[in-house]
Design a binder for this molecule. Structure first.
Ligand SMILES: [Zn+2]
Length: 118
């Protein structure tokens, strides 16, 4: 994550779109501890996928608070379902703790919002 606005702005200027995208993805995997948000499978750069918590076709965006680290198995099982249609008591890896972590994550407001002039 970026610690100050200046750091963020410098990064926007010096990074190419490709490496910016890579950094963005990695920062999301880091925030989830390189583990699948649903089943806790350890992830690597090769196996990690991004789950759109609210599916794109339901109006979900590629914003940080809508993106979770996910193994490819869970990602393909979830498909285009809404997150708690997929991840609920009937899911073998379901726990209240994980469900509330997902809720907290999607409720977060990230640093970009603070760039709006006051
Ligand atoms: Zn998984």
């Amino acid at each position: 994550m970026f610690h100050t606005e200046n750091e963020l702005l410098q990064n926007l200027i010096v990074t190419s779109p490709k490496s910016a995208r890579k950094k963005f993805r990695e920062s999301i995997f880091e925030s989830w501890g390189w583990k699948c948000m649903y089943c806790d499978t350890e992830l690597t750069e090769q196996t990690a996928t991004i789950d759109h918590i609210k599916p794109k076709f339901k109006g979900g965006h590629s914003t940080r608070s809508n993106m979770g680290a996910c193994c490819s198995k869970c990602n393909s099982r979830k498909g285009s379902q809404l997150v708690f249609d997929y991840f609920n008591e009937s899911h073998p890896c379901y726990s209240e703790a994980k469900a509330s972590k997902i809720k907290e994550w999607t409720d977060q407001h990230f640093v970009l919002l603070s760039l709006t002039p006051e």
